[in-house]
Write a protein that binds this ligand. Structure first.
Ligand code: XMP
Length: 561
């Protein structure tokens, strides 16, 4: 996959995707529904000094979220809204400029999305990208011509002699990335042509250093100077100050959490994953011991995971954690169960039972902390996206009973995953935790094919430990989306020393992905695979054969069950 495809893919995945750190929130997800909490694009988590916002209007492109991430990387806050969003819903964000995203439509399509009038009436700077540029041309009196052929891929942008702040510090010829069918054949009145390519006579246009249209995509990596152009737009044209830093975010969030919670109590279910750890640490910074964390050990965790998590929270972070060892309860609940969906359901329900019992013990609790991230919020408000069908039930397993009426505390609601990792680092969390790979809520149960017993879990745990150890030693841990072992229910014949063995076959799974909706099997070096195989067969009793899973998603899924 090329870098462009990877980025596009990433954006597509983000668009349809679940957040990476699915563990605990999976079970708590429906609490949001149960509480009837409306998620709107404008219910923003930022305030005060951070309030300068670039408004990105989503016209349906697969790269809209990439635009948002690039702007945030420039330390400027931005929000993604639907083209149907009313001005009243965004005016309090202190908009500094608009970016109109690309999109799959032609402006001539029936019901084609078009930017609302306030985009132009506000007098704020506007940057239209691809379809966004075509909508500007269409709305302001230019001509967009349909074309039968799509221009897709690399092109060389050549700047005209017209001076423009958008191209400050950009070379007069520079590589850009195109993906469009229609193109502009006549600019709206008074617009100046700023750049062209071999196939696109008007590749960039501008009006009075205020309204710009560019036919290429500055947000993808192959537009080498795309970030410079976006920087010019937000700083030189929209005059943003760059207040979106994690340091500022922490200060403002702390103030906001304090105000929201008052003297109330907050409960947080931690799993050892990134999102629940970061959100708990942030809340703890704000309200200290008004926060109680609950860590449920379901007996399906990886080797030493429970111990390590508790240690970090209690000793390093000084956060109160109620540790509940419910391993026996979970294991007896799934005894004899081999169907993956059944396993999930039982584990989900047992989690809720245990969590409910624990929260009752605490007495009055006002808020439930959740590590909801921005892609989840966008998902629920996007007007143009479709929602892919659910393949496994993990997106809607369980949920808290309706009578458990907590208010939700979701301070990371406006952050992307990369920002959550940055936040975690700024809060002093260890790199190991901040970069932890996602781990499914039902844990090793769905990696232990067939019946889940303590003995089989121990075999799997030991093998999984070796995989992780070797991947970390090879410095590949961060590059991989997930790397783990799967204990199959197949036994095969082997020979060890002079003895015949008849033991389980173990599969190694290593995938690269951006958000789990698609994934590619990782091309791990042969020597590394050899080392992992050799170590497991020698070190883990009960396994005599190792296979490497070379299935991508689709058609496979990441987990085997
Ligand atoms: P699949 O197997 O569907 O997994 O390709 C996609 C991502 O989701 C994780 N996963 C789960 N997470 N509960 C969870 O919290 C589940 O039941 C579950 N099943 C899969 C998986 O690890 C991968 O990151």
């Amino acid at each position: 996959m090329t870098e462009d495809e990877k980025e596009l893919n990433e954006a597509t995945i983000l668009r349809f995707g679940a957040s990476g750190d699915v563990e605990v929130s999976t079970y708590l997800e429906e609490a949001t529904e149960a509480l009837g909490k409306e998620k709107t694009a404008t219910e923003t988590g930022v305030s005060g000094a951070l309030r300068e916002t670039i408004i990105i209007i989503d016209m349906g492109s697969q790269t809209t979220q990439l635009i948002a991430r690039r702007i945030r990387e420039l330390n400027v806050y931005c929000e993604l809204i639907s083209y149907k969003t009313k001005w009243d819903e965004i005016k309090n964000l202190n908009p500094r400029g608009f970016i109109l995203s690309g999109g799959p439509n032609s402006v001539y399509d029936e019901n084609a999305p078009l930017p609302p009038a306030y985009v132009y009436e506000s007098g704020l700077p506007v940057l239209g990208i691809c379809y966004g540029m075509q909508s500007i041309a269409h709305q302001l009196g230019g001509v967009v011509s349909p074309s039968n052929e799509r221009e897709y891929g690399h092109a060389v942008l050549i700047l005209t002699e017209e001076q423009s702040s958008l191209f400050k510090n950009v070379d007069t010829t520079t590589p850009v990335w195109m993906s469009h069918g229609d193109k502009i054949t006549k600019m709206p009145p008074d617009f100046k042509s700023l750049a062209y390519t071999e196939n696109t006579p008007i590749a960039a246009m501008g009006l009075n250093n205020k309204i710009f249209g560019i036919q290429f995509h500055p947000e993808v990596m192959h537009t080498a100077q795309g970030k410079q152009m976006l920087k010019n737009f937000v700083y030189d044209i929209c005059h943003c100050n760059g207040t979106w830093t994690m340091d500022n975010f922490i200060k403002e969030s702390i103030a906001k959490i304090k105000e929201q919670v008052g003297s109330g109590r907050v409960l947080s279910a931690i799993s050892g994953g990134v999102d629940s750890s970061v959100v708990s640490t942030l809340i703890h910074r704000a309200i200290g011991n008004q926060l109680t964390c609950v860590f449920v050990n379901n007996g399906l965790l990886r080797k030493e995971e429970a111990e390590r998590t508790i240690k970090v929270f209690r000793e390093k972070l000084g956060i109160k954690v109620n540790y509940v060892d419910a391993s026996e309860r979970f294991l007896s609940a799934i005894k004899g169960v081999t169907d993956p969906e059944q396993k999930r359901k039982i584990i989900g329900h047992t989690f809720i039972e245990v969590f409910e019992e624990e929260s009752k013990k605490l007495g009055e609790v006002d808020f439930l902390a959740q590590g909801t991230l921005y892609p989840d919020v966008i998902e629920s408000v996007s007007s143009v996206s479709n929602i892919s069908s659910v393949i496994k039930t993990h997106h809607n397993v369980g949920g808290l009973p309706k009578y458990m009426k907590f208010k939700l505390l979701e301070p990371m609601r406006y952050l992307f995953k990369d920002e959550v990792r940055k936040l975690g680092s700024e809060l002093g969390l260890e790199e190991d935790l901040v970069w932890r790979q996602p781990f499914p809520g039902p844990g090793l149960a769905i990696r232990c094919i067939g019946e889940v017993t303590k003995e089989r879990l121990d075999i799997l745990r030991n093998a999984d430990w070796v995989v992780m150890d070797e991947i970390k030693k090879a410095k590949l841990y961060r590059e991989m989306w997930q790397t783990f072992a799967v204990l199959t229910d197949t036994k095969s014949v082997g020979v060890m020393g002079d003895f015949r063995t008849y033991s389980y076959a173990l599969a190694i799974r290593a995938v690269t992905s951006s958000d789990a909706m698609t994934a590619d099997w990782a091309r791990l070096p042969y020597d590394l695979l050899a080392k992992i195989s050799n170590r497991i067969v020698n070190e883990v009793r009960g396994i005599n054969r190792i296979v490497y899973d070379i299935t991508s998603k689709p058609p496979g899924t990441i987990e085997w069950e």
